[in-house]
Design a protein around this ligand. Sequence first.
Ligand SMILES: Nc1ncnc2c1ncn2[C@@H]1O[C@H](COP(=O)(O)OP(=O)(O)OP(=O)(O)O)[C@@H](O)[C@H]1O
Length: 210
Amino acid sequence: MQIHIQSINPDFFTPASSEVWSKNFELHANSSYLIQAVSGSGKSSFFNFLYGLNNRYSGTILFENKSISTFSESDWTNIRKQQISIVFQGLRLFPELTAFENIQLKNGLTNHKSKPDILEMMSRLDIAQLADKKAETLSYGQQQRVAIIRALCQPFELLLLDEPFSHIDNNQINNAIALINQEVTQNNATLVIASLGDTYNINYTKTFLL
Ligand SMILES: Nc1ncnc2c1ncn2[C@@H]1O[C@H](COP(=O)(O)OP(=O)(O)OP(=O)(O)O)[C@@H](O)[C@H]1O
């Protein structure tokens, strides 16, 4: 998906000058981007704009040359099912559901992956043994890995990851990055990762300071 960002600025706070706010740039397929932000500079807001959860900004965001401000709620429902996947900073898992149920709930919308595929992904991130545990009983780093796999269990052209590895050790970060890269490549997708400073072992097309 071709994404054009044209001079956007949030309506609800005045950001400091950055390489995102008030700037024109494009995000391309088969490319990875890092948004390096200081806390409170608006990276979650930027992701919410791209995911259609917040439209309180000036400027224009175009997907395939169409302004996303024209999309209806049902357009966004389809886009979130087929084209954009996200890991929120706060994860948004269902605490009462098991790790596997959290993943399958999303996967079931498109039957993107089989149960053995999901269990293999969980095994790669060393959480297969937690499949039947309620999400609320998992550590935050384990929950982050559940949320990452859940995000990979749907078709996507744009994958948004908001501080996805903040509670994960380096070894597991590398396993997660290998899995994410594999899925991004298979989908010919655009990857956008936000971090507070870490750069991770990813070959970025461009890094933006926010
Ligand atoms: N709904 C809202 N109404 C008013 N102000 C908001 C709203 N959401 C965020 N803000 C403000 O916008 C600024 C950026 O918030 P945002 O959550 O996007 O930052 P962030 O860079 O993701 O921060 P952090 O890394 O600390 O989570 C903050 O000053 C915040 O108080």
